[in-house]
Design a protein around this ligand. Structure first.
Ligand code: FAD
Length: 719
């Protein structure tokens, strides 16, 4: 109601402005014709005329009416350079701020809720550097000021900041125009004001903020580095700490562009992914899936068998797979690529010096122009009372500890309902463990849509996992020699007995022990970096799990390119890391793959969307393979084929997703996927059929009705 009232008031003011012919005063001719009359009024009552002029100026700018430029000239002609500048400077800033506030009040909520997602980079930029952007826009009159007022109102910029930056930024332009106004009698057109020399001075004014920014950065850097003495020469161009995905790729890129680079790894080359994460878990998943297929061989016309196996051998195969992949990440391979590899524990001594306690006992110091921190994450162990007494494994330790067992743990309790917890729960259940999975949240895989969580839960339960959601772990205890976890559910406590406890409740960035604290490098859950992956010290970068926000091997590798290039060539051009299209897969059966938005995220962000779904129970290949379950769900912009996000649940969904990742990255819509030939009978056809569903839903019914009539007529049956 209030908004409607304000709109009516604005409409009345605009109508009044034109009704009383005030707009005549805001044209150059109108002004010149009335100038002598205005001058005589001003001579008689200067304060009154000054006040009325001020108010009209505020009104013109607040209502975003045309004519502010002419009124600025008039101010020069009537009040002279000094008073003209004072009046216009305050009136224009007050008017602009009123326009800013009106736009904010009337439109910001609607615009932000409608375009929230797409505006989020702009919002972030404005929050960080809004004053700077505004100052630049005010100094360089490229965009009309009224537009700047209205648009800035839609951003999170503070009104006070808008006011003072506008007043300061517009001062130079105001002076130029008021000064021109003092010569009004000689001016024939508005464009006459913008002579080449004047334009040149505007250009200089435009460069000024950029220069100011550079100078500010220099000052900031000086402050950051002030307690350290920069070496005159450096031993290396780049030192990389940590040889997981992030560190390996950073050092590889540096060597490829002929930089002198040293990679330091305290533990195993390949980091978490090779040794404790993706590789062992996927090897285990394969054995478990085969065991499951044997049990259900009757689905394929074969006799079902209960797999006879030694768990020890399954774990031995897991280690064998690691061994086979190891050469990809080995010291030999990287040294062959031109990377110096040192086995040891690295610590930052100052922003350019790294001390390495080598595994052979030596201590060495290296100076480097830039440093990449790729130190990864470790499993989080919840501080439950009694947990140390009952003992537990994590993804770091289970591969070695369980390798000694002849059988999978009898009663395995998995704490955590995220992707790692789900993958391991299903695999151990298929390998013979009685698995109980405990999750505090109301559902497992909480980042995915509810129907996906539901499907995942059903498939885990089908394999024998007891999935307990909404259960909060309270403490561990040993009662009568039996290990138990006490959980709370619906206000009541209950005990779950187990033989082995696997903690999979998330992984936390490694932030201690290698100099971050001493150097004051800012950390939260991860190391704080800017869009270029620079830490507090612009020559120190962070990538991978230690930097977040995603914890995936492919994201660590993606970030590594930005960190290496920015570290080595940032003085020429820096690249902002691009997180727009990040896919991921949870390798349960059926696989769950995602890229971009799902329904719950789109709703949270207020992004309008349409859903198109294709059921895999309809896909010929899925039926032939006996895996006809799951779906391809595509979110598109309303009425358009532009893809906002895709969720695929089903066999090989991680591989199927690649086509959508490419489409999103290069802005190819569903029409393009539909127009692409997919071999028959493949799983990839599901993508094309999903695009076909979208097309069917958007068929032009009106045109088709006419086409039907045309065909009728062609058959000679026209009515
Ligand atoms: C069970 C499990 C399954 C997973 N499955 C997948 C999956 O399917 N797909 C996927 O994309 N991701 C998966 N991940 C996540 C993936 O493993 C990580 O995202 C990835 O390993 C991160 O790489 P990184 O380079 O950031 O760190 P890491 O691989 O952790 O490497 C960091 C390295 O730094 C070393 N280091 C640390 N501090 C120092 C120091 N001061 N001096 C010297 N060296 C140091 C460490 O020893 C370590 O080797 C899984 C993780 C787990 C645990």
């Amino acid at each position: 109601m209030k908004k409607i009232g304000l709109l009516i008031l604005l409409a009345i003011l605009v109508a009044g402005f034109f009704y009383f012919d005030l707009h005549q005063l805001t044209t150059l001719d109108g002004l010149k014709n009335g100038l002598s009359q205005f001058e005589s009024w001003r001579a008689e009552a200067p304060i009154l005329v000054g006040g009325v002029f001020f108010l009209i100026y505020v009104l013109v700018t607040a209502l975003s009416l045309p004519g502010a430029a002419v009124m600025t000239l008039a101010a020069g002609a009537l009040f002279g350079l000094l008073w003209g500048t004072v009046i216009v400077s305050f009136a224009s800033t007050i008017g602009a701020t009123l326009a800013f506030l009106v736009s904010r009040y009337l439109l910001r909520d609607t615009v932000q809720s409608r375009f929230g997602e797409r505006l989020s980079p702009i919002n972030k930029g404005i929050e960080k550097e809004g004053a700077f952007y505004l100052f630049t826009l005010r100094l360089v009159p490229v965009f009309p000021f009224f537009l700047i007022n209205l648009l800035m109102g839609l951003t999170p910029l503070r009104a006070l900041t808008f006011y003072w930056v506008s007043q300061l930024g517009m001062l130079a332009g105001t002076l130029v125009y008021v000064n021109a106004g003092t010569q009004l009698a000689n001016l024939t057109s508005l464009s006459g004001i913008l002579s080449p020399s004047l334009l040149a001075s505007f250009a200089l004014l435009g460069i000024f903020p950029l220069l100011a920014k550079k100078i500010l950065t220099l000052i900031k850097n000086r402050r950051v580095y002030k307690n350290y003495k920069k070496p005159k020469k450096f031993d290396r161009n780049l030192v990389v700490i940590g040889a997981g995905a992030g560190g390996l790729v950073s050092s590889y890129i540096a060597a490829a562009v002929k930089a002198k680079v040293t990679l330091i790894e305290a533990n195993k080359m390949g980091g978490d992914c090779l040794n404790y994460g993706c590789v062992p878990s996927k090897a285990l998943i394969k054995s478990a899936s085969l065991a499951n297929q044997m049990r259900h061989a009757d689905h394929y016309g074969l006799d079902a068998v209960s797999p006879d196996f030694s768990f020890r051998k399954v774990m031995a195969r897991v280690h064998e797979v690691i061994r086979k992949i190891e050469p990809h990440d080995s010291i030999e391979r990287y040294e062959g690529l031109g990377v110096e590899v040192i086995q040891g524990y690295a610590k930052l001594i100052d922003p350019w010096t790294v001390e390495i306690k080598r595994n052979d006992g030596d201590v060495q110091r290296l100076t480097s122009r830039s440093i990449v921190l790729a130190t990864g994450a470790r499993p989080f162990v919840p501080p439950l009372p009694g947990i140390e007494e009952v003992g537990y494994v994590t993804s770091d330790t289970l591969w070695d500890e369980f390798a000694q067992l002849d059988d999978a743990p009898n009663r395995l309790l998995v704490l955590g309902g995220g992707p790692i917890g789900c993958e391991l729960s299903q695999s151990f259940a298929r390998l013979g463990s009685q698995v109980t999975q405990v999750e505090m949240a109301p559902r497992i895989m909480i980042r995915e849509d509810e129907e996906v969580s539901e499907l995942a839960k059903t498939s885990l339960e089908r394999d024998g996992v007891t999935v307990l959601t909404g259960h909060k772990a309270l403490r561990c205890e040993i009662s009568n020699g039996e290990k138990r976890l006490i959980v709370e559910h619906d206000g009541a406590e209950k005990a779950i007995a187990f033989d082995a406890l696997l903690c999979a409740v998330g992984r936390v960035a490694r932030l201690e022990g290698y100099g971050l604290e001493e150097l004051g490098i800012e950390t939260g859950r991860t190391i704080v970096t800017n869009d270029y992956l620079q830490t507090l010290y612009p020559n120190i970068f962070a990538v991978g799990d230690v930097a977040g926000p995603y914890q995936f091997t492919h994201v660590a590798a993606h970030q590594a390119w930005y960190a290496a290039v920015n570290a080595l060539f940032g003085q020429f051009k820096k690249f902002r890391v691009d997180y727009r299209v990040i896919p991921w897969t949870t390798f349960i059966d059926p696989e769950v793959a995602r890229v971009g938005l799902n329904e719950q995220e789109a709703r949270e962000k207020g992004i309008p969307f349409e859903v198109t779904r294709y059921g895999l129970d309809d896909l010929d290949r899925a039926i032939a393979d006996g895996s006809a379950c799951g779906f391809v769900k595509v979110l598109t912009e309303t009425g358009k084929d532009r893809i906002l996000g895709v969720t695929i649940v089903g066999d090989r969904s991680g591989d199927l997703m690649a086509e959508f990742v490419l489409a999103m990255k290069y802005r190819l819509g569903l029409n393009k996927i539909l127009g692409t030939i997919h071999a028959y009978p493949t799983w990839a056809e599901a993508n094309k059929y999903a695009a076909g569903e979208w097309k069917r839903a958007h068929a032009p019914q009106g045109v088709l009705a006419w086409v039907e009539k045309y065909h009728q007529w062609r058959r000679g049956n026209a009515k």
